[in-house]
Ligand binder design. Structure first.
Ligand code: PFF
Length: 490
């Protein structure tokens, strides 16, 4: 592969001596891998989702738990997932089967890959709709529609947008088409290069917005909300969401990072790459929080406004700052780019698996997958308008109390809950168990190639801390922990 190319199609590559046996192209350099993995990690999860779920869960305590999860579960599992991908050098299903065979375990580990394929599919169905909202804001920003509007005015622009299914479907279709185009070509050199410039630009815009947030006079109130934990505000479900979000934001638990790892040259340090990606991802999320909450408080808005939060707050900032039209337009363009580089990684596990299983071309697989994702996306589109009243509530009642699993959840809420809070942590748990307990230690040692002290730390986190935390948080959300505590009288 040439130096500058970062294509990752499955064509044979004879130029790379490390990889002749597997016939897969590799990333041209460590930097390209970090860029691509950061591109996957940094997306709507950081700028759209992190602020609104923080607001729904009362702020500081949620943020603290989220940060703890990133450090103790996220980074070690990211290392494990990249490592499995690089050792397997295939799609997630085949990789898991191959590794299981290599270490003498059951082929049912392929199920882990399967769950990832399905999770990516489901996430992309709603991700594309929300990215469509961001796209819809570009012409509105550019035409100066938000100039001088107050909170009520901005709110009504958002409400009008989401209550119109045709418009949402149009933007969802455009975004999904853009995603499938890149995926179908299998060569993403152009996009990755663009990201080299766009990411720093996004960063600059976030800094400009932080300056605006400071100017609102409510910056310290925003910081207190974000960083001063008040544990009385956190629920068991909030803890589950914080953990689920750690997986979502780092693109973990569903094979996306595993597929990216499968293109990683053998010499690259997995630990360094994982830490850089997690650091940049967390930084972007915290910056988004530091921007949104001061604006929320300065305009007496509700932090718990839900999925529309950034669409109701950021235009207020742009509508009142110098060059707001320019910065606002640029911001939403960059947000769409960030979502784009994430969405291609969401569907990549399904594509690599589909091509291999049905022996059809990348293009055909992409078209078929695109049609299914598009149809599934309609569920999310309608849950903000036509079917917004159709909700489910799910509770488990025991002698010791009633545990609410889902409350008045629309189809979108349900999809989000199922994927982020259940499927990704479950996938992550399986990755941790496989990498920590079942994979031969000589293999993981060889792949990670870190000092023995660091290896012991990683091994401890991946064998004990991460699995136990995931299991406890699951049991907690299901009310089992409360149940046990009640009968034991503690
Ligand atoms: N990490 C992405 C974000 O924060 O927007 C979303 C995502 C991408 C999740 C890829 C999972 C994934 F495999």
């Amino acid at each position: 592969m040439s130096d500058s190319a970062s294509s990752i199609s499955d064509t044979p590559n004879n130029q790379n001596p490390q990889n002749q046996s597997s016939g897969r192209e590799l990333w041209s350099s460590r930097m390209v891998f970090i860029l691509a993995a950061t591109g996957s990690a940094v997306g709507l999860g950081n700028i759209w989702k992190f602020p609104y779920i923080t607001g729904e869960n009362g702020g500081g305590a949620f943020v603290l738990i989220y940060l703890l999860c990133i450090a103790s579960i996220g980074i070690p599992i990211m290392m494990a997932e990249i490592m499995l991908g690089r050792r397997g050098r295939h799609d997630p299903v085949t990789t898991m089967k191959k590794l299981a065979r290599e270490s003498g375990h059951s082929r049912s580990w392929g199920l882990l890959g399967w769950m990832g394929v399905i999770a990516g599919f489901l996430i992309l169905s709603y991700y594309s709709v929300i990215a469509g909202w961001a796209m819809a804001y570009i012409p509105r920003m550019a035409s100066g529609a938000f100039q001088g509007l107050d909170a009520a005015g901005v709110n009504s622009v958002f409400t009008t947008l989401v209550s119109n299914p045709e418009v949402l479907i149009a933007w969802h279709s455009i975004f999904l088409f853009m995603t499938m185009m890149v995926v179908a070509r299998g060569v993403r050199g152009g996009l990755e290069k663009a990201v080299t410039y766009l990411m720093p630009l996004l960063f600059v815009l976030l800094i400009i917005l932080i300056l605006y947030a400071i100017d609102t006079g409510h910056f310290s109130q925003g910081l207190t909300y974000l960083f001063n934990p008040d544990f009385s505000k956190i629920t068991t479900d909030g803890v589950l969401s914080a953990m689920g979000h750690a997986f979502f934001t780092l693109s973990l638990g569903m094979g996306a990072i595993m597929v990216y790892g499968s293109y990683l040259p053998s010499k690259t340090s997995i630990a360094q790459a994982s830490i850089s990606v997690a650091f940049m991802d967390t930084l972007v999320a915290l910056m988004a929080g530091m921007i949104i909450f001061p604006i929320v408080f300065a305009n007496s808005l509700e932090p718990s406004a839900g999925p529309g939060l950034i669409f109701k707050t950021l235009p207020l900032a742009f509508g009142h700052m110098d060059y707001g039209t320019l910065f606002g337009t640029l911001f939403f363009i960059l947000l769409v780019f960030a979502a784009w580089t994430s969405s291609i990684s969401l569907i990549e596990p399904a594509i690599t698996w589909g091509m291999k299983t049905f022996q059809i071309s990348r293009t055909k697989t992409s078209i078929i997958a695109g049609i299914f994702v598009w149809l599934m996306g309609l569920l999310t589109v309608f849950s903000f308008n036509l079917t917004s009243e159709v909700t489910i509530t799910s509770t488990i009642s025991t002698k010791y109390g009633e545990f609410v699993i889902l409350k008045d959840a629309t189809a979108f809420d349900f999809l989000d809950y199922l994927t982020s809070n259940i499927m990704l942590p479950l996938g992550g748990l399986m990755i941790a168990v496989y990498a920590g307990w079942l994979m031969k230690r000589e293999y993981s040692r060889e792949e990670l190639n870190i000092s023995s002290g660091l290896y012991t730390l990683w091994s401890f986190l991946v064998r004990f801390v991460a699995p136990l935390m995931v299991v406890i948080v699951f049991l907690n959300a299901m009310g089992v922990v409360a149940f046990v505590r009640t009968i034991m009288g503690v």
